[in-house]
Design a protein. Structure first.
Length: 226
């Protein structure tokens, strides 16, 4: 090959490998790249950074199931509003994770507890009341109420307590709710007490004239121990 021919070959090689590439790199713009022309195999691993991804560009459908782990979620990033109702089950909660401070007051009733737990919580309780002749509670434990009704021709007092008292002990005595003088006395009445068909929290009390057995309305004290 002549020196002239060799020189021309070298120049052609330089243009093809150097200047030509520089020219192409400077002249190829985004508008000149056909949609879909750049495929995944053409993108080097690690070349796409967070700064290259537009806000909102990656949707849930674009994330592979199981690809996001706890390490990928920032602290406090998931709020209650972001958790689907019913999505968290007992298996998702760590042992001892829910303390009393995390439970809304009044949100748990006896239906949420086992029968054994309810019995343990009941423990020993005493309720009492002084019932007036008309059948109302003049004073007594919170939640105790009473009413007087004619039942089969007999006056009956129905005393209702704040819990099931069907398995408790009952004590009823006639008496006056007011103070009496030294020369006064209280005439006793005969008393009967039993569970009522109105419900397990209700007791039925009947009073009778001590000497005639006549059904009467009178004042009395009642105490229940469970």
């Amino acid at each position: 090959m002549s020196p002239a021919a060799l020189l021309i070959s070298v120049l052609a090689l330089i243009v093809a490998t150097g200047a030509g590439s520089a020219y192409a790199a400077a002249k190829v713009t985004t508008g000149q790249i056909k949609n879909g022309a750049v495929t995944t195999p053409k993108i080097a691993n690690g070349d796409v950074t967070g700064a290259k991804v537009a806000n909102g560009a990656v949707t849930g459908a674009k994330i592979q199931d199981g690809a996001v782990s706890a390490a990928d979620i920032a602290g406090n990033a998931v709020s209650g509003a972001k958790i689907l109702d019913g999505a968290v089950s007992a298996a998702d909660i760590a042992g001892n994770a829910v303390s009393g401070a995390k439970i809304l007051d009044g949100s748990i009733d006896t239906s949420d507890l086992s029968a054994a737990t309810v019995d343990a919580l009941k423990g020993t309780a005493t309720y009492w009341a002084f019932v007036s002749q008309a059948g109302t509670v003049s004073r007594g434990s919170a939640g105790v109420t009473s009413e007087a009704q004619l039942n089969g021709g007999f006056w009956q007092y129905r005393v209702t307590f704040p819990r099931d008292v069907s398995q408790c002990g009952y004590q009823v005595s006639s008496g006056d709710g007011n103070a009496i003088g030294s020369n006064e006395y209280v005439i006793p009445a005969m008393i009967g007490v039993a569970r009522s068909t109105q419900g397990p929290a209700v007791l039925a009390v009947n009073l009778f004239q001590w000497d005639t057995g006549t059904s009467i309305q009178d004042t009395f004290f009642i105490a229940v121990t469970c």
